[in-house]
Structure formats: structure tokens, C-alpha cells
Design a protein around this ligand. Structure first.
Ligand code: 5GP
Length: 114
């Protein structure tokens, strides 16, 4: 069996994280190396490595996660705007092979991202 990812270990409460939201389907916690004043990661509890590994049956889970992101942005005071990023695989800049959304806010974002 392959080794657990760092995010799976956070889901299983084996390693600490600054958790800001949790329900039966997903978990949100502060990024350990924030790239903005607010930088939260939203992850599914289901082990999905990348966007490329999504199954058609994951559609409801992904829809749910977007509602969680919207609510978190409101709760975290990001009414002026924010950015949601998903890196996919190595060339997309993904380092942890467990699907995650980056919610970034609290500063003006630039475009295009690097
Ligand atoms: P990726 O590059 O895969 O899209 O993003 C992975 C993110 O996970 C990075 O922003 C990195 O700072 C964050 N990260 C990596 N390890 C940990 C950890 O152990 N705890 C937390 N809270 N964030 C982590």
C-alpha cells in the first residue's frame, strides 16, 4: 500500500493543522506557508490525487466544496475578493498528491500567475 500523503495524515488527525472548517466530506485548514494574509486549503476527505483523477461520481462532492469555499470566504471577511487555485500535477505546480483548493485573500492578486 502506498504511503499516506501529508493531507491524509491531517484528515486522520495524525499531525496537527490549524483547522478552520470540517464536515463529513471535506476539511479546511490554514496553509503552513501562506502566500497571502489569508491562505486556506480545502480538501476532500475522499482520497483523490489530482483534478485529473476525478470521477464523474465526484460531481456532487466538488459542488459541495465550492459552497464551502464561498462560505469560508464570507466567514474570513474576503468580501472584497479572493482567488481560488487548484494546481494539477507536476507541471501545474502541485506538490501534495491529494486534491486541494487554495483560497487566497487579503491582498490584491496579480495576473497572470507564474
Ligand atoms: P500544491 O503546491 O500541492 O498546490 O500546494 C500544497 C500546499 O500545501 C502548499 O501551499 C504548502 O505550503 C502546503 N503544505 C504542505 N505541507 C503542509 C502541512 O504539513 N501543513 C499545512 N497546513 N500545509 C502544508
Amino acid at each position: 500500500m502506498s504511503e499516506k500523503t501529508i493531507f491524509k495524515r491531517i484528515i486522520d488527525h495524525e499531525i496537527p493543522a490549524d483547522i478552520v472548517y470540517e464536515d463529513d466530506q471535506c476539511l479546511a485548514f490554514k496553509d503552513i506557508a501562506p502566500k497571502a494574509p489569508t491562505h486556506v486549503l480545502i480538501i476532500p476527505k475522499k482520497e483523490i490525487a489530482t483534478v485529473d483523477d476525478l470521477a464523474d461520481e465526484d460531481a456532487a462532492l466538488i459542488g459541495h466544496m465550492w459552497i464551502v469555499i464561498r462560505n469560508l470566504a464570507r466567514d474570513l471577511g474576503l468580501e472584497e475578493g479572493y482567488r481560488v487555485i487548484v494546481n494539477c500535477k507536476e507541471a501545474g505546480g502541485q506538490e501534495v498528491p491529494h486534491l486541494h483548493y487554495h483560497l487566497l485573500g487579503g491582498r490584491k492578486m496579480t495576473w497572470p500567475p507564474g
